[in-house]
Design a protein around this ligand. Sequence first.
Ligand code: ZN
Length: 73
Amino acid sequence: MNNEDQAQAFELDEYERIQRRTIMTLPVAHSAKYCTDTSCGDEIPEARRAAIPGVLFCTHCQQRREQQKLMRL
Ligand SMILES: [Zn+2]
């Protein structure tokens, strides 16, 4: 491993740390209050918004999207 590699590894490590800190401190307000699926719009429960910062879909739509993603693979 040369110096450049080490510097890059350090940068990645630092980046990851910042990312993790950002996720931890992200206010719940960044999560959508209502499901952003155009055909849904259901209210996303407070517990779900707190558990998944930045959540955009209700449980139902999230599951449907994940299933669609799997089907495409
Ligand atoms: Zn929904």
